[in-house]
Design a protein. Structure first.
Length: 141
């Protein structure tokens, strides 16, 4: 009996996939974190992480009952329009309109008074930023 090899040889190699006994590929998948595999989230942490979505769903449900099903759809459309910003990538956007629609303009949180990395005085080239945003690579026309 003769064993015949497969006609096609697989040319793709799975990057980042490891066996159960092999070491994890840190370059492809990042360093492994033991915290997420060992410790379960506390119920209060889950509530805090889902608080904004829960509040929005409750608000949309109440408005749907009071004003009709068009009202939550209109508010979601307004939020999506206001969330799109047309500034240059170099300039930071405060999303003031979105904060007004969601009610975050009336609260004072730690993001409001602590220094944020995107608000640092970084001088960037606006031409290079727009070329990167529009996926225009120099020299490839």
């Amino acid at each position: 009996m003769r064993i015949k090899p497969a006609a096609t040889v697989p040319t793709e190699v799975a990057v980042g996939v490891s066996d159960t006994y092999a070491a994890p590929d840190a370059l492809a998948g990042g360093l492994p974190s033991v915290h997420h595999t060992v410790a379960a989230q506390h119920p209060v942490e889950v509530i805090q992480n889902n608080w904004q979505a829960t509040r929005d769903n409750l608000q949309f449900g109440v408005q749907s009952l009071a004003f009709g099903s068009h009202m939550p759809m209109r508010l979601q459309m307004e939020r999506s329009v206001v969330a799109q910003h047309g500034r240059l990538p170099v300039l930071p956007s405060s999303h003031l309109g979105l904060e007004i629609l969601t009610g975050k303009d009336e609260t004072l949180e730690f993001e409001d008074y602590l220094a944020e990395p995107e608000l640092a005085n970084v001088q960037l080239d606006p031409h290079a930023a727009m070329e990167h945003k529009l996926q225009m690579l120099p020299g490839r026309h």
